[in-house]
Design a protein around this ligand. Structure first.
Ligand SMILES: *Cc1c(COP(=O)(O)O)cnc(C)c1O
Length: 248
């Protein structure tokens, strides 16, 4: 059932501008622009606006086949469930990028193709035992150490990643972090470099199930350049595409 999609030039223009930022940052870091995926962080955005962004993206990718389609990320399982039937068919992939409560596992599994927010073993075990098919997951690490942020402590991240990788229905695809909220660029970068080092340690371990743990989901509207220079493979962008959020 195709949904009517309103053309939204402002969203299309802002998405194009994010693409230019991503390409410039990748090239400056000696990387290929196609190696960095853009994930639309769609919290609070109604389905129509997400669909408008996906339509703009589909048109841009049709015009330039080297581009990779954007991904969609929701923070709340509730929003995944509400928007899933509308957005799911048009989205190349839907990621959960907010905390997963244990009573929402089944609802998350209905719509999420990747859960980026595994931060402890028990919810991962629950995901694995209930997943109807193999599910991609990222381990979320709190690289900034800020108390308010989710994610496993960096000191425990390698151990958790190896345990998650060994679960039967989960495919460990890499790591995710929310960067330090700081005007100090060096501090922000150090956090992202830490995530990359953790990933490299897990890859080098050769532990079962860790071969595909290549992804680094890090960087948002305000700091995607820093994240890309430290190796981000997914940048999660909300306000730079949709404009300021009224509430979160
Ligand atoms: C909202 C959000 C983003 C995007 O933030 P912007 O600053 O709007 O780009 C990225 N990741 C997570 C987990 C978010 O909640």
């Amino acid at each position: 059932m195709p949904e009517p999609v309103t053309v939204d030039d402002a969203i299309a223009d802002r998405l194009a501008s994010v693409r230019r930022r991503v390409s410039a940052a990748a090239r400056a870091a000696g990387r290929e622009p196609a190696d960095v995926r853009i994930l639309l962080a769609t919290k609070t955005q109604p389905a129509e606006r997400v669909l408008a962004a996906l339509a703009a993206d589909a048109a841009a990718c049709a015009a330039e086949p080297a581009l990779q389609r954007v991904l969609v990320g929701e923070n709340r399982v509730q929003e995944l469930v509400e928007k899933g039937p509308h957005v799911g068919p048009a989205a190349p992939a839907m990621h959960l990028i907010g905390p997963l409560q244990s009573n929402k596992v089944n609802a998350a599994l209905r719509w999420a193709t990747c859960v980026e927010t595994v931060e402890s073993l028990e919810p991962a075990q629950r995901l694995s035992s209930r997943a109807p098919r193999e599910l991609d997951v990222l381990v979320q690490v709190n690289v900034s150490g800020e108390q308010t942020k989710h994610g496993v402590d960096p000191a425990d991240a390698v151990d958790l990643a190896m345990r998650v990788a060994s679960l039967p229905s989960l495919r460990l695809r890499g790591f995710m972090t929310i960067g330090a909220r700081s005007p100090d660029d060096e501090l922000v970068r150090a956090g992202y470099a830490r995530l990359r080092a953790l990933r490299d340690e897990v890859l080098a371990s050769g532990a079962p199930g860790t071969d595909d743990a290549l992804e680094l989901s890090m960087g948002m509207s305000g700091d995607l350049e820093a994240a890309i220079s430290e190796g981000a493979t997914i940048v999660r962008v909300g306000t730079a595409v949709f404009g300021a959020r009224a509430t979160v």
